[in-house]
Structures are given as structure tokens and as C-alpha cells.
Design a protein around this ligand. Structure first.
Ligand SMILES: Cc1cc2nc3c(=O)[nH]c(=O)nc-3n(C[C@H](O)[C@H](O)[C@H](O)COP(=O)(O)OP(=O)(O)OC[C@H]3O[C@@H](n4cnc5c(N)ncnc54)[C@H](O)[C@@H]3O)c2cc1C
Length: 319
């Protein structure tokens, strides 16, 4: 699974949407162009959903339960707007506390990628790619161990769709997984219209910059291999002699693998329990990447779909 594309049984590429086509189920009603603003509670029981569509606000009641799947940034935002979050944070905006869930919006994890780039001689033809997917991936380890894979390096060329750098270039983009830094998602107001404050706290934990340096050096080493010399004119990023820590701090970027902000766990502080129920409430589950308790060793879409499958089994089996 790569860039939200899965393969069907004939190995043709299909998107998550075409794979699952929710409207083919007779018992599903899709409300589109609607923004959920709050979960409505009676005491600690989730009883409905408030949403806006155009200029109108609606609320719908539920008979059974609500499943919140707005992703690792929006799910904690909706929970906090609904009164589930750290009471000190909610108090800043006079939001009535339903559950004092101290870890809602905490534990934000993301992978970072770093870039090693090389120019390609002008006389070499560079294949044109009609898509932005890196055509190859290399797995590696910052500890040189087969048991602890934590580098997933995409490999691509400057002709990838949407790439802003030079066309005659090839790149290694090591994605560094299992970083220690943890960020936060907090509210900046009590208005659903306002985006939440996302502080990814990248590279704030000791050790993360070292992991990124090792991953970057791996990319530099592979790009400089003699077998690639016909394709390599020179190393263009980082320029040889560049201070790698400064380069990483300036250029490392998100892989959009946000997760962990509504951590699942056995402990009381976790946001959801192992049945994905929001602790302290009834009738409310979270099923999306926000429940990952720990970062995974891969891109996050397939694992999120796996959680959705597991979550639907849990719901079907629930009394
Ligand atoms: C640019 C990009 C590239 C990526 N590439 C890859 C990749 O190659 N491979 C991979 O495995 N993963 C990739 N990912 C990560 C992957 O897409 C996510 O991990 C995965 O989609 C997470 O699923 P989710 O259900 O938690 O959240 P999402 O897929 O974000 O789903 C949440 C949904 O909730 C909706 N929503 C949010 N707030 C509200 C609201 N208030 N009301 C109504 N609806 C709301 C959103 O519109 C969205 O449709 C990529 C992500 C991005 C952004």
C-alpha cells in the first residue's frame, strides 16, 4: 500500500474509496460536504452528532453508538470541542468538561524525511513519471540491525509529478521512523471553524537528530556508489561539506504519518481502551490513526485500514 493506493485481485491500482465504496451498502447514508462540529452528550453518554453543512447547523441523534474517524489532527479537536480533553486546556475556552482526558491531543507522532539529491548529466534521458509516487523504496536501520528497521527511503527522480527541484536529478528520501519526539494538538479557540494548534515538536528529543543524520548519510552513501556514477554528475543536496544537523533542521519534512493523539491502551490515561471506546464515556469509539499507541514501521494508511477492519469486528461482536 502506497500513497493511499491499494491493489485489487488483478493487481490493478485502486484508491481506498474505490476499494470500499461505502454507498454500495444499503444501510449507509452518506452526508457529504458536512463538517462535524461536536459530539453531543447526555452526561457521559454520547447521544448525537452536531454538524454544519453550508450555512446550516444540524444535529442527529444515535440509537447505538458513534464512531469518530476524523484523523489524528481533527479527531482530538472534535473530542476537545465536545468536552473530552485536559480540563486545564478546555478551561481556557470555557468548554464544559465531560471527561478530563489528559492525553487527548498529546502523543502526536510523525515520521520525518530527509533528502539526499544528485544531479544527472544533461545527456542522460530521465524517464517522465505521470505520478508523484517514488518508484522504489529501500528499507534500512539506524542501528544497522535487521531486527530494527526504522528507515524507509524513497528513491525518485526530478521528473516525478509535482517535484519542484531540478528535472535532471535523482534523490533518496530516507523517511526516519520511530522518532522519539512527541507533539501536541490543542485548541486555539472554542470555535469549530478555527484550525487546531499543531506542535509536532520535531527533533526536540535527544537522539532524533542523530537518527536523521544516520538516515541521511545512508542516502548520501547510496547516491555516491560507484555503480551510480554514470547517472551522477554531482551531489547537490546537501552540498558536500554542509553541516548536516543544520541541513536537517532546515529541510527535514513531514511524511504526513500523524498518529497517536488519542492513544489506545490498557492504562487509565490512554484515550481509548482496547475496544477503541473513549474512556469515561459510553457510546463513542475512535477508529483512525489517532489511536496508534506507538509509531509503526511503515506508512500509516494500511495500518489504519487494519484498525478499521478490527474496529468493525469489535462493533459487530459487541453485545
Ligand atoms: C499527502 C499525503 C500522502 C500520504 N501518503 C501515504 C502513503 O503513501 N502511504 C501511506 O500508507 N500513508 C500515506 N499517508 C498517510 C495516510 O493517508 C494516513 O495515515 C491515513 O489516511 C490516516 O487515516 P485516518 O482515517 O486516520 O485519517 P484520514 O484519512 O485523514 O481521514 C479522516 C477524514 O475525516 C474527515 N474529517 C476531518 N475532520 C472532519 C470534520 N470535522 N467533519 C467531517 N469530516 C472530517 C477528513 O476530511 C478525512 O476524510 C499520506 C497522507 C498524506 C496527507
Amino acid at each position: 500500500q502506497f500513497n493511499n493506493i491499494t491493489l485489487d485481485s488483478l493487481l490493478c491500482r485502486e484508491t481506498s474509496y474505490t476499494t470500499f465504496l461505502p454507498e454500495r451498502y444499503k444501510n449507509v447514508t452518506l452526508v457529504t460536504r458536512a463538517i462535524v462540529t461536536r459530539i453531543l452528550f447526555k452526561g457521559t453518554q454520547a447521544v448525537g452528532v452536531e454538524y454544519v453543512q453550508g450555512k446550516n447547523k444540524y444535529s442527529v441523534g444515535v440509537e447505538n453508538e458513534i464512531v469518530l474517524s476524523a484523523g489524528a489532527i481533527a479527531t482530538p479537536k472534535i473530542l476537545m470541542l465536545s468536552g473530552i480533553g485536559d480540563e486545564a486546556e478546555l478551561g481556557k475556552f470555557d468548554i464544559d468538561v465531560v471527561v478530563n482526558g489528559k492525553e487527548v491531543g498529546k502523543n502526536l507522532h510523525d515520521d520525518l524525511f530527509v533528502s539526499a539529491g544528485f544531479s544527472i548529466p544533461e545527456n542522460k534521458p530521465v524517464p517522465i513519471y505521470p505520478y508523484s509516487l517514488a518508484p522504489a523504496v529501500i528499507f534500512g536501520s539506524t542501528t544497522n540491525s535487521n531486527l530494527a528497521v526504522d528507515i524507509e527511503s524513497s528513491v525518485g527522480v526530478g521528473t516525478l509529478k509535482g517535484f519542484l527541484g531540478p528535472r535532471n536529478s535523482f534523490w533518496l528520501w530516507p523517511n526516519v521512523m520511530h522518532l522519539k519526539s512527541k507533539g501536541t494538538v490543542t485548541l486555539c479557540s472554542d470555535s469549530p471553524d478555527d484550525a487546531p494548534l499543531v506542535n509536532p515538536a520535531y527533533l526536540s528529543e535527544p537522539g532524533d537528530i542523530e537518527s536523521c543524520k544516520i538516515a541521511l548519510n545512508l542516502g548520501i552513501e547510496i547516491g555516491n556508489k560507484s555503480s551510480l556514477s554514470p547517472w551522477r554528475k554531482e551531489q547537490i543536496a546537501p552540498k558536500p561539506g554542509t553541516d548536516l544537523e543544520s541541513y536537517i533542521r532546515e529541510t527535514a519534512d513531514t511524511t504526513y504519518h500523524y498518529c497517536g493523539t488519542c492513544r489506545m491502551g490498557y492504562d487509565e490515561n490512554s484515550v481509548v481502551d482496547t475496544k477503541l471506546r473513549v474512556r469515561g464515556t459510553s457510546g463513542l469509539r475512535v477508529i483512525d490513526a489517532s489511536v496508534f499507541p506507538l509509531p509503526i514501521t511503515a506508512n500509516t494508511a494500511a495500518a489504519t485500514m487494519m484498525i478499521a477492519y478490527k474496529g468493525s469486528d469489535i462493533i459487530i461482536q459487541a453485545p
